[in-house]
Ligand binder design. Structure first.
Ligand SMILES: C[S@@+](CC[C@H](N)C(=O)[O-])C[C@H]1O[C@@H](n2cnc3c(N)ncnc32)[C@H](O)[C@@H]1O
Length: 284
């Protein structure tokens, strides 16, 4: 009897180990290269989109200027929001991404859109929020991690690491994919997309883009330009390709962050599978 129990126990442990190896492999191989998409997006970037990015920061922080503040942008992508923060007067901006092509896009966008006198307020770094030793920039008064932490493969750890970089009295801003009944299905679709041949990927992006465009047009919005200075075509690629992909209900995110010395100031909720936006104040 004892022998049967031990065998069952060992079989269970073997199965757990196999599952762990499988999910680690999925994490390694099924990773979308965000940088390529941000490079493409940047080739269509215009001043109007930067103006939308500035408005988005002003709306979240409920202030016109960021004078005297330091802005850390984790998972900067195209660098749009770092540039916007510098233009709003932040005294130091640190932009970090783990993807080299994002940094390339960002440097190019700085050259194009940022007045020479402001260029040296921005530092561009290659770093991974899951490796805190690559993100040693000192505490910042605004930590902005919009839409990046749920793509790391270890979202809760990434949240914890990002929060630690926020100074007491500073703001932590993040946007995390909402948990809906469709979220597990979206995960499957993203996996399918990342395995599909290029033509099938184009067909998937076109279908999503067209469906969303019709929805936007019906509700009186532009089918091409999205919120925060984004463009609907590149948003569709980012959404379908974006792996790793994690999600959480707004309550779960708030419980997690407020348990670590933060007060929730604002939550902009979505009813769909997109992002909920959060603004927290670090109190202790
Ligand atoms: C959807 S984009 C968001 C870009 C930008 N924050 C914005 O709002 O436009 C996610 C970004 O997070 C970056 N990223 C993913 N995992 C990361 C990690 N572990 N450390 C740093 N950046 C990461 C990706 O390379 C990508 O540029």
């Amino acid at each position: 009897m004892a022998g049967v129990c031990t065998e069952k126990f060992l079989a269970k442990k073997r199965k757990e180990a196999e599952d762990n190896i499988l999910s680690a492999r999925i994490r390694c191989f099924m990773r979308f290269t965000f940088g390529d998409n941000w490079l493409q997006y940047s080739s269509h970037l215009e001043e109007g989109q930067l103006s939308e990015a500035r408005k988005s920061l002003q709306r979240l922080l409920q202030r016109e200027h960021l004078d005297t503040l330091t802005f850390l942008d984790i998972g900067t992508g195209s660098g749009l929001f770092s540039i916007a923060a510098a233009q709003l007067g932040a005294k130091r901006v640190v932009a970090v991404d783990r993807d080299e092509n994002c940094l390339l896009a960002m440097r190019h966008n700085i050259e194009r859109f940022l007045e020479p006198t402001l260029r040296n307020t921005i530092e561009v770094h290659r770093g991974d929020i899951l490796q805190p030793e690559t993100c040693q920039f000192g505490e910042c008064t605004i930590v902005y991690a919009w839409g990046s932490l749920h793509h790391t493969g270890a979202m809760w750890q990434a949240l914890e690491n990002a929060m630690m970089l926020c100074a007491v009295g500073g703001h932590f801003i993040t946007a995390i994919y909402n948990h809906t009944f469709l979220s597990p299905l979206w995960l499957r679709i993203k996996q399918l997309y990342n395995h599909a041949p290029s033509l099938a990927q184009i067909a998937m992006v076109s279908t999503l883009w067209a469906a969303r465009g019709v929805g936007r047009a019906i509700s009186g919005k532009s089918p091409f330009q999205a919120e925060r200075g984004m463009r609907t075509w590149y948003d569709a690629i980012d959404w379908l390709g974006g792996l790793p992909y994690e999600y959480a209900s707004p309550e779960r995110v708030m419980r997690f962050v407020t348990a670590q010395g933060f007060q929730s100031l604002r939550v902009v909720r979505t009813q769909r599978s997109g992002c909920n936006e959060f603004v927290f104040l670090k109190t202790g």
